[in-house]
Design a binder for this molecule. Structure first.
Ligand SMILES: *Cc1c(COP(=O)(O)O)cnc(C)c1O
Length: 330
């Protein structure tokens, strides 16, 4: 196993990426605070460049490459936002980027990555299929693989979000983090608990294909079937040979909550109607969990809104109440 990421790694990452990412705002949500009976803050990370936090890890990992590695170019499997972040960060460096995606990835995300000049390959029906293509490109073309979560520089980069939270809400008692492969949750938990050991970190996943939750329950990385979900950015496994994020999540997460598709849709709707924010399914799960009464919080709580790259016609159907996401998931 790779050494766990600690506060010092995350502080170093922040120095490295300071001029490549936005420091996103944290705002108080009056409606959620009224409902919860204590302050609820929203970390508006969906306003990050490329529309998701993934630019933090991608920028940090690319900055850490040697000149020789940079000349070879990078490759990754992605549900969309990591690929977009990597394409953006590679373009700034004048590097080649190849992104392998499954057919489950929404077209709006695919198009956005192509527009950034990356070479996009659509292969197979799952993240695992896409990963096979990545492995082939590493072997045959010498590209450097930068995976979406299970990599020290990626986790340290995502952790910079946790440092910002502790500066913006120093008395945070609880942080709700969208959870898939656990790069975000591991990095944020290491940063937050590094500064404030008593602060609770709760991961939120969709019930449809929650690989990290199943793995934590089993005590080792396990495979789950990847299913279509409104929280498409949370799809995919954690890797049976997971080196870093599984162990860190096991050590650092206080709880993991699963949401139905209706509850995710409720989060998207609330974000739009009450907070005037457009978020994608994965970015809405923290709000959804609070609204569903699935997390018992006391004291100042921070919800991470992690991304906004939703297909706008789907968003329209959800906020008009025409879709709970079920027909998409069918
Ligand atoms: C990737 C992603 C997540 C999950 O991050 P992990 O590091 O894989 O746990 C959550 N929200 C959005 C918008 C994402 O793109």
């Amino acid at each position: 196993m790779t050494r766990a990421i600690a506060l010092a790694d995350i502080r170093a990452a922040r120095e490295r990426i300071a001029n490549k990412i936005e420091r996103t705002p944290t705002v108080l949500s009056q409606s959620l605070s009224d409902r919860a009976g204590h302050p609820v803050h929203l970390k508006l990370e969906h306003h990050q460049t490329t529309g998701a936090f993934k630019l933090r890890g991608a920028s940090n990992a690319i900055a850490a490459l040697s000149p020789e590695e940079k000349s070879r170019g990078v490759v990754a499997a992605s549900t969309g936002n990591h690929g977009r972040a990597l394409a953006h960060a590679a373009k700034l460096e004048g590097m080649r980027a190849v992104i392998c995606m499954s057919k489950l990835v929404p077209k709006n995300k695919l198009d956005a990555i192509r527009r950034l000049g990356a070479d996009v390959r659509v292969v197979g029906d799952s993240q695992d299929d896409a990963q096979h293509d990545v492995d082939r490109l590493v072997a045959e073309e010498g590209l450097v693989m930068l995976p979406p979560f299970d990599h020290p520089d990626i986790v340290a980069g995502q952790g910079t979000l946790g440092l910002e939270i502790m500066e913006q809400v120093p008395n945070a008692a609880c942080v709700l983090v969208p959870l898939s492969g656990g790069g975000l949750a591991a990095g944020v938990a290491a940063a937050v608990k590094g500064v404030s050991p008593g602060t609770k970190i709760i991961g939120i996943s969709m019930a449809r294909g929650a690989a990290m939750k199943a793995s934590l329950d089993a005590g080792r990385p396990v495979q789950v079937e990847e299913l279509p979900t409104l929280a498409d950015s949370l799809g995919g496994g954690i890797g049976l040979d997971n080196r870093l994020t599984f162990a860190m999540c096991r050590e650092l997460l206080d709880d993991v909550i699963l949401l139905s598709e209706d509850e995710i849709a409720g989060g998207i709707r609330h974000a739009y109607e009450q907070e005037r924010e457009i978020v994608e399914g994965a970015g809405a799960v923290a709000i959804g969990a609070l609204l569903a009464g699935k997390v018992k919080t006391s004291g100042p709580t921070v919800l991470i809104l992690s991304g906004r790259n939703i297909d706008m016609s789907l968003h329209r159907r959800i906020v008009c109440g025409e879709s709970s996401g079920r027909e998409r998931a069918a």
